[in-house]
Design a protein around this ligand. Sequence first.
Ligand code: MOS
Length: 752
Amino acid sequence: MTDSPTYVGQPLDRIDGRLKVTGSARYAAEFRAPNLSFATLVAASIARGRVRSLVTTFAERAPGVLAVITAANMPRMPRPSVPPAGDSSPLLDREIRYSGQIIAVVVAETHEQAQYAAELVHAEYDMLAPSANMERELARGFEPNTGNAPPSSKRGDVQSGLAAASTRVDAVYRTPTYHHNPMEPHATVAIWNGEDLLAYDATQGVSNTAQNLAEQFGLAPENVRVVDPFVGGGFGCKGQSWPHTPLAALAARVVNRPVRLELPRRQMFFTVGHRPETRQAETLGSDASGKLAAIRHQAFNHTSELDDFLEPTGNTPSMLYSCANVEVTQHLVRLNLGSPTYQRAPGESTGNFAHETAMDELAVRLRLDPLELRLRNYAQSDEKTGHPWSSKSLRECYAAAAQSFGWSQRSAAPRSMRDGRWLVGYGMATAAYPANFRPAGAKAQMYSDGSVRVLCGTQDLGTGTYTILAQVAADTVGVPISKVRVEIADTRFPDAPTSGGSCSATSAGSAVLMACRALRGRVLAMALADEGSPLFNLKASDIETRDGVASARQAPARRMSYVEIFGRYGKRVVEQEAFAEPGRERGGGGGAPQGTEQAAKGGSGQYSMYAFGAHFCEVRVDADLGTVRVARWNAAFALGKVLNAKTLRNQLQGGIVWGIGMALEEKSLLDERYARYVNSNLSEYHVPVNADIPEIAIELIPEKDEFVSPLGAKGAGEIGITGSPAAIGNAIYHATGRRLRELPITLDQLLV
Ligand code: MOS
């Protein structure tokens, strides 16, 4: 990329926007195939026990039915080395471990016929009472389980830290089960051609889905192709494979025709994950000045009988502030529910709610401004790992957002600000999320008309991946963005990571940057080596490329367009592939940037890499009715290089809207007798609507981070939700004097 980019950083509209608003963008369920048939899943209505009998004859005789597949007649499948999460192996089982578990698949000529026949499958069960209450199970004892993330962290001595503390907060915070509810339901179109399987699958990771399918069907990786050019939202529930995907492929094999399987909204609540309930006990101790002396965080979350999903709430309390004595422990509680999974900032958003609420409580005890308390405990390095930050501009975020919001106007006492019947409250919280970067590949091609094509196996969840990759490519090669075509989310393209952990922009972006740099170098090399060219004998670094023209920096009259270069050397296409991977500064094998002190030091993981931000919000609580309105929001984030100011702000605003939903509206309600979610639809599972959302002002703080990735950008998909629920709860406390520690905060709690 040039020093003065034309496109990178600009608030460009999404290049795929027109396709989306005209309905031309095709989502997984919209792909057609000749002779397509339709599958519907039959789900268990009990949560624990065994299918005693499954009567399929009525369904089999229903109009249009091609097959009814059950555990009894299912073809044998190889056992995958790593079973997909939430799955039982074999795929259809008589043992029932959660309500909604798939017990049969009906395939028919039409979607409606499949749905109708599915209603005719009759199951009888031997039912056992399910475990569905985390507190009750906790009372019986818990498993000290490790799950999928480091569960514990310890430094110093919390006991003596607390003994020395003059001020203490000791409280329990709870977050409920949440469901993701992307607009696009999970869907798979499976097409077999001999031993080759093609799947259009709604997924955050085409490579991961393909790998799972290959293992489940015992196929070589090259026999499986997964494609998903547009994703209608993921938020984590499409971050791993769930049983419906292999079942669609299995059904296609059984009926020997292509099969489409799309989950209805209700099934989106049972077999594709959710954010687990958490119970977080947190103890803080500080000296009289507010300096933290001890942090203890003990957390529980539920998981299923099939998986060990851990919601890592303990990470935030262990790294967000400076504190010598920290102890984090996390445990799982097994319930008869489908497996939980990643949901937008898994662990960071929930853990932040507990920790940043506890910090607010500490500020109240100390009679200290909540922002001042944070500044007094500012972490100069990551004390969890002992590493310096690759970059941290949190002070600047606090200052900018506090100023824009007017934090200095806050009167400290709770219930001291009022506007007629509205109690007014100001709240703030810190946002933080790891700046992830994972290995990614990309291919860049240039054609004789000077156009550029970029191929990368990454995904666009609706976030703007197409657009930022085009911006990076256009600037790096030096062509107008209209000359760049981006193709993604196909396992035929170079591998890129699952779009999770906010890693896609920086991972796929770095791969595209490197592929385009290499492509530019290769094309220019032809002219630089040619005596007859105006660019002869110049170095690639002496050349500026812009608008499809390469010119000598010092002598702009020496110039050649890409079209002229291709014409002169008779080339039709030149291509380069590149692979971006974390360097040693991250603990990867790729080596630190050459010539840096860190490269000389060697060793693994020399920096701790996080994105940071700050939220300030105003809430208004109706003094009589307890209704909460979020009235104003100012946030500031520092995210390294800004690739597209518009899509970036959009991501952050989306995260904050999620935070508002998490704080005030969303909750999956369980009927514990049957371990079944009862509000499994979009009318009873409340999510924010436009009327719930104020103007959300986002400031982007300039930040340079040379270690985070070759591109220098930090991801933004998840940081927005971190901190926003706590900021709201803290503002509600300020408005009302009521400290509510269980989400969502609803008016019934405020009326009591
Ligand atoms: Mo995100 S919850 O890491 O897909």
